[in-house]
Write a protein that binds this ligand. Structure first.
Ligand SMILES: Cc1ncc(COP(=O)(O)O)c(C=O)c1O
Length: 389
């Protein structure tokens, strides 16, 4: 029999010693504690289209409740292939080049685990989404951080070129960009194509905000650039497009040989993604209006929020895409970004995210991020408080 002294949990050496609770969780908890208006974490506070809920409900009632194929239900893969072709004139084979994933998060880590060997270098452009770096580390890869230009957040192709070595396995890009709300132009994409074409560098293109591109601009998907598409995993997420971040369903489009490697990892980490949501999404996608109208929907919210911010002492930065709005806090406070966000939550009652959270070295440029994927009344409530600053 075991005595208390022999019952113990063995110690482990952390695979991710630098990872703690994320700033998103910290700020959301602080927002809840102080009853702050939460413009921190990026998710809508309004309902999705009831037609989509009905489509998923019907799929369940119709008995679509057992394992789907490992790669995702064919009708959904076909709908995605048709949509990419209609929007970007690139035909992916629904059977061999598209895989349904548990959100973009699982798509990104799976792509990394599929192609990055220990010691391979992977370039990230900072500020970057918080999952990229730990994903690379879990694969045993070496993270190579290249900054986007402070102030404008534009890619610096000389710096990216200088970071490429014979050990570079992949580059991760993200447009529209979280957190800076910038987008890459066709000129940027052509420069990237010129840069990568002579190399064996793979591209992971995080396009989860693809349908939020403002002021008449066009989303420059990697799918539009054949020499990039030939080396890329394109990642997207239904969570952002259809206001259902909690459903965690996304997809990856990649050439057959890359998809084959992707699926080897996919089948042993999630195997597959819940069936009724896939059928519901496939049916809902038959109507392009919801994603076609998304830009107008969010552009109105962006403008409403920016008009309010113009009456504060924040310097309001450009928002070209995504549902984020960054502001420079220099004229409002002497605090660093993280302390300012905590203070803003506790004392003013509005939660925001410091951009320093998206840099490995905590680089502080006095800029914080608000999320405007919120009901108008939520935005007005936040603005009312921010105007007091
Ligand atoms: C840039 C970026 N990539 C990926 C994700 C994760 O998407 P999903 O919820 O589909 O996993 C997010 C979510 O905030 C994001 O902002």
């Amino acid at each position: 029999m075991n005595s208390d002294a022999t019952i113990r949990t063995p110690a482990v050496t952390s695979r991710l010693p630098n990872v703690g609770t994320t700033i998103f969780t910290v700020m959301s908890a602080l927002a809840a504690e102080h009853k702050a208006v939460n413009l921190g974490q990026g998710f809508p506070d309004f309902a999705c289209d009831p037609t989509l809920v009905d489509a998923v409900t019907h799929a369940m009632q119709a008995g679509h409740n057992q394992y789907p194929p490992m790669t995702g239900v064919p009708v959904l893969r076909q709908a995605i292939a048709a949509k990419i072709e209609a929007l970007h004139q690139h035909r992916y084979n629904a059977d061999s080049e598209i895989t349904i994933t548990a959100g973009a998060t699982q798509a990104i880590i799976t792509a990394i685990l599929a192609v990055v060997h220990p010691g391979d270098e992977v370039i990230v452009l900072e500020p970057c989404y918080d999952s990229y770096v730990p994903n690379i580390e879990l694969a045993g890869g070496v993270v190579v951080r290249v900054p986007l230009t402070p102030g404008t957040f534009r890619p610096d192709f000389d710096k990216i070129a200088a970071a490429i070595t014979p050990r570079t396995r992949a580059l991760i890009i993200n447009s529209p960009h979280n957190p800076s709300a910038t987008i890459w132009s066709d000129v940027d994409m052509l420069k990237l194509q010129d840069l990568l074409t002579p190399t064996d560098v793979l591209l992971i293109s995080d396009e989860v905000y693809e349908h939020m591109v403002f002021d008449g601009q066009q989303h420059q998907s990697v799918a539009r650039f054949p020499a990039l598409a030939a080396r890329a995993f394109i990642v997207s997420s239904f969570g952002k497009t259809y206001h259902v971040t909690g459903w965690k369903v996304g997809y990856v489009a990649a050439p057959t040989s890359l998809t084959a490697e992707f699926r080897k990892v996919h089948q042993f980490n999630v195997f597959t993604v819940n069936t009724p949501v896939q059928y519901g999404l496939a049916q809902y996608m038959a109507d392009p209006a919801p994603y076609e109208n998304l830009t107008a929907f969010y552009q109105r919210k962006r403008d409403l929020f920016r008009q309010g911010l113009a009456q504060t002492r924040f310097k309001v930065l450009h928002t070209q895409g995504s549902y984020f709005q960054c502001v420079d806090i220099s004229a409002v406070s002497d605090l660093g970004e993280a302390d300012f966000c905590k203070w803003l939550t506790q004392e003013i009652g509005v939660a925001a995210i410091p951009l320093s959270a998206f840099y490995g070295n905590g680089f502080d440029q006095r800029v914080v991020r608000f999320c405007f994927a919120k009901k108008d009344e939520t935005l007005f409530a936040a603005l009312e408080r921010l105007k007091k600053l």
